[in-house]
Design a protein around this ligand. Structure first.
Ligand code: GTP
Ligand code: MG
Length: 235
């Protein structure tokens, strides 16, 4: 079968990434930590959510963050400010983290702490609704955020991110009274592309839904501890 050269290159790239992601996952499993990959379009509220979540869960879990950003370390500074170990990964022109970058970030993290002492490793991906979904980094679970300001059609227009997600957070619900958007339509569209995902409405501003979200995180951590977390098939 003849395949265009660019398709072959693309498949090779993804296969090489998956190989590295599997390797990262072996490390995570060896260390006994849960790795969560947090993804969304730019500004949907990943760092704001992490700030609240890290502060809330710090008494229960030892955590660290790998912070993906194209050019700055601004998000890493925000996480550092709340006292959680963080390694910035600056991707340059790349619009997503890949497994090799995360492996490099892990190397830097290991200079600061022993990953075997961690319960949860968070990865904040580069703000982008398309590319991060294509590149596994070895995570156990994918979390996708969609803010209510983005429009209820986004799960249908950018399905890969939402199809891949284990948990979808509808963020910034405090803004709903000011917007011509029906949150039920957003949920319907998410379920249309991914009936199996857990969907939670949250606001990092007024705290709506955060207890439910934190319960989901605890459940994933507890499944990991029991070693019953099912490895998702390579998709
Ligand atoms: N009203 C409201 N604003 C929020 C909420 N969460 C975040 N924001 C605001 O949305 C903007 C972007 O938030 P960030 O947390 O930086 O978003 P992000 O997804 O980390 O952004 P990138 O990393 O650049 O992709 C900021 O001005 C936040 O204050 C929320 O729940 N409600
Ligand atoms: Mg951010």
């Amino acid at each position: 079968m003849h395949m265009p050269l660019e398709d072959t290159l693309g498949l090779n790239l993804l296969a090489a990434n998956q190989h590295q992601a599997d390797h990262n996952r072996e490390h995570f499993d060896h260390w006994g930590l849960l790795c969560l990959n947090v993804m969304s379009s730019p500004g949907a509220g990943k760092t704001s959510l992490l700030e609240r979540t890290l502060a809330a869960l710090a008494p229960e879990f030892a955590m660290a963050v790998l912070e993906g950003d194209m050019t700055t370390q601004l998000d890493a500074d925000r996480i550092e400010a709340i006292g959680v170990p963080v390694v910035p990964i600056t991707t340059g022109r790349a619009c997503h983290l890949d497994a090799a970058m995360v492996s490099g970030g892990l190397g830097l993290l290991r200079q600061r702490l022993n990953p075997a002492d961690l319960d949860i490793l968070w990865v904040e991906n580069v703000g982008n609704l398309v590319c991060p979904a294509e590149f596994a980094v070895g995570e156990h679970r994918k979390v996708a955020l969609l803010s209510v300001t983005e429009g209820d059609d986004k799960p249908l227009k950018y399905p890969v991110m939402f199809r891949e997600a284990d948990c979808v957070l509808i963020t910034k619900t405090d803004l709903l009274p000011h917007l011509p958007v029906e949150v039920e339509r957003i949920e319907t569209h998410i379920r249309q592309v991914n009936p199996r995902a857990t969907v939670i409405r949250v606001s990092a501003t007024d705290g709506e839904g955060l207890p439910t979200w934190h319960t989901w995180v605890r459940q994933q951590r507890s499944l990991r501890r029991q070693d019953t977390l099912i490895t998702p098939a390579i998709r």
